[in-house]
Design a protein around this ligand. Structure first.
Ligand SMILES: [Zn+2]
Length: 168
């Protein structure tokens, strides 16, 4: 079972789940069924990962809401089939993740290979992110950008958001 599904079941049982630092907090008007508590215990680490805001200020739930909103817009306003709408939403998530997790590097040294500037090989201020520059040689940029993208995809997958959509 996915952490997202577990959270849904727990909430459906009337339990309010919160995050306090690294811990889960539970609140309910009546004692929740033990099956629900077992479920939470089994998925605890992933539930925390899903609900806790990360360094960029968004929790996994925020990312999923963003994905769903983008997919809905593409599907209903853009009249795209669901799979294409999800692919577009995923690309929007990757772009948003890069914006929210910017890399800035000091000028004078390539953020890719670590070497300095040479006359024939100047350092350029790349900013796919509007929030800052990373200084790189032109030839070092493609692999650096690919690794940044892979980082975004890995981060999104911990929230169960994938190129093929969200797992249930
Ligand atoms: Zn370089």
């Amino acid at each position: 079972m996915s952490a997202v599904h577990a959270v849904k079941l727990v909430r459906a049982a009337g339990v309010r789940i919160g995050i306090d630092g690294d811990a889960l907090t539970l609140d309910a008007d009546a004692a929740p069924p033990s099956a629900v508590l077992d479920l939470l215990a089994r998925h605890k680490a992933r539930v925390i990962a899903l609900l806790r805001p990360s360094g960029d200020g968004w929790s996994g739930e925020d990312w999923r809401a963003f994905f769903d909103e983008r997919a809905g817009i593409a599907e209903f306003d853009g009249s795209l089939p669901r799979d294409q709408a999800e692919a577009r939403a995923f690309a929007a998530c990757v772009a948003e993740w890069l914006n929210r997790n910017p890399v800035r590097s000091p000028p004078g040294r390539c953020h890719g290979c670590g070497a300095g500037e040479h006359g024939h090989d100047p350092l350029l201020p790349f900013s796919t992110e509007p929030t800052g520059h990373a200084w790189l040689h032109a030839r070092c940029w493609p692999s650096w950008h690919a690794s940044r993208k892979a980082e975004a995809i890995a981060a999104l997958s911990t929230f169960e958001i994938h190129e093929t959509g969200t797992s249930p």
